[in-house]
Design a binder for this molecule. Sequence first.
Ligand code: ANZ
Ligand code: ZN
Length: 717
Amino acid sequence: MDLESAKKPFYNLMMFPYPSAEGLHVGNMYAFTAADIYGRFKMMQGFDVFEPIGLDGFGIHSENFALKIGRHPMEHAKITEKNFYAQLHKVGNMYDWSKTVETYDPDYYRWTQWIFVQMYKAGLAYRATSKVNWCPKCKTVLADEQVIDGKCERCSTETIKKALEQWFFRITKYAQRLLDNLEGLDWSEKVKISQRNWIGRSEGVILNFKATNPKSQNESISVFTTRPDTVHGATFVAVATQASSLKSQASKEKIGKFTGRYVLNPATGNKIPVWRVNYVDESYGTGAIMGVPAHDTRDREFANKYGIDIVEMEPDEKWWKRAEEEGWGKRETHYHLRDWLISRQRYWGPPIPMIKCPKCDWQPVAEDQLPVLLPEIDDYQPEGEGKGPLAKHKEFYETKCPKCGGVAVRETDVSDTFLDSAWYFLRYPSVGKDSVAWDKELTKKWLPVDMYTGGPEHSNLHLLYTRFLTMALKDMGHLDFEEPFKRFFAHGMLIKDGAKMSKSKGNVINPDEYIEKYGVDAVRMYLMFLGPVDQGGDFRDTGMEGMTRFIRRLAKIPVGEDKPALERGLHRLVKKVGEDIERRHYNTAISAIMEFVNSVFEVGGLGKDQAGVVWRLMAPMAPYLAEEMWERLGGEFSVHQQRWPEYDPKLILEEKATVVVQVNSRVREKLVVDKETDAKTVEQLALASDKVKKYVEGKKYRVVFVPGKILNLVIDA
Ligand code: ANZ
Ligand code: ZN
């Protein structure tokens, strides 16, 4: 399709896969098919549907896999690209193969780096010292996701926290906007809830606890609390501990140590002890809390363990106001959201396009010097004291300062893979436009994305980063919208015989063999038949056989004269399938088609026009079969370019029938009801009529019922 001339654009996007393993997983196919059916449906409704695909092949997932199998990440990327695209060609989706995006392609990451530079210029990228996870054995920084129960995912050594200077994106500046905008988005509700929790807005008060010795003012302690109404029950103050002896015990058990100091409870004036504890997070609020054992379960557990006073009391709302009036409290809103840690001391990512000059400090690489190419090196393994593999390569990092021209060094960290995937949807329509990240006109026409389909596990990071970046780019004047995805649909997970698919269980399914054996339409239909897409499904081999039989049966429907007896059923089917596709309940759409096909065989076949309707309904789900059957009917090429069938609303209504109501076989009333109305309902309607009521009131009778015809109330003598 020509994106520039399209009249009714519909951008149907699905989360691109990160090819960590060698091939496409059936779980990917499940999600992609679900999205593709929707796109095909929209196309038949007259939209110009753009459905792109690509690979999120830069970053830690792909790199770890390459390291594991001992293959160079660049080499590995080439191999997986070939495999993935070959497989993706076979799943029956209508991808626009002229517009693929691979995040490791220099033509792409040139713009990832350009975005970094824009963020830096806007004051949204900054450097700060942060405590990061460090594995002493592997000598590397680990992402939070790589630390499992406090241990290194690769060697099971206990990780420690190490202070390192890192690059951050200031997402916290957008916390409130990220929260507010959620209201207007047509997204799966559970995803919105998840984002709200992740942002974690919390309204509270900073309370000041003065030191007992007024001379040592610097020793007063501020705490953040959402419950100032319980301040009169605070019997201790707890500060986050620095001591690793308390912290390294990565248990849930609360551990503390008395500091020897006291402060004054501002509400009661009582002297209360200050403790160091392991359950206060040093980077949230003020890094200190007031302990209220009477109302907070954590504090109670702690107080019990260490014999700290517990003062029972009732919460008192007046403290919110009094604290402010008396000057020991100040209202504040805090967010749990943290700034986005962007730098990685790894190899497989876009080098961060910054240069450090001894005179001019940090300078961004000039835009016409992008991309900063990732060099092909052999010692790409992560190691060293908090530096990435590029730090071993002079030929890479030695450079000149863009400002003064003096000797300077490049940043040797690469950026986080979440940055690669935070803007790919902006690139797709503009693939091939080499002088811009995205073309202005195309972007205006195609964005924001009309429908985004993906896994709910990306609710917090990917979807928040994407929204943040879009807002930031809008504020800089690079975009004229601030929400990237009008609609987001979260699909469920595909499991196998009741269990999660995983390599260790050896139950990961490669769709290729199934497609080979049963044909892609049968696999698509089977996957979609497993349940509503938002709920996922359970893949079982036995089910594949059943779906294959159904497809064979479909292909055998005799086509001849129109069958008037099927007309109403067909109109109802059109309505049902359309509505089910709209809400991604493809499973019930398929079972309605199955039922209809049963009635087709009962009357010995379908008329030509009727068959044409059925094949159009099947086209999004079973694109090859529908095309072939459409062609056999002599329909004009292609079935996928036909309009979605319409139904006649009059024919959707139940057929009416006149039921004659008799009492002892004498006609007393006539009722017009839906043809299939049951005996009980007709009886109730009859009794509501005075003409019937007066003959039967207070008497016992039997009911003789002929559906759609007669209701006879027989009073036994
Ligand atoms: C006293 C109190 C009494 C509290 C009570 C709660 C219940 P949000 O913002 O909703 O997560 N808190 C504050 N800073 C903390 C930190 N750095 N690490 C761990 N806990 C911290 O919750 C804020 C509440 O969490 C605060 O209110 C504080 O405990 C605790 F019945 O103060 B509260
Ligand atoms: Zn300089």
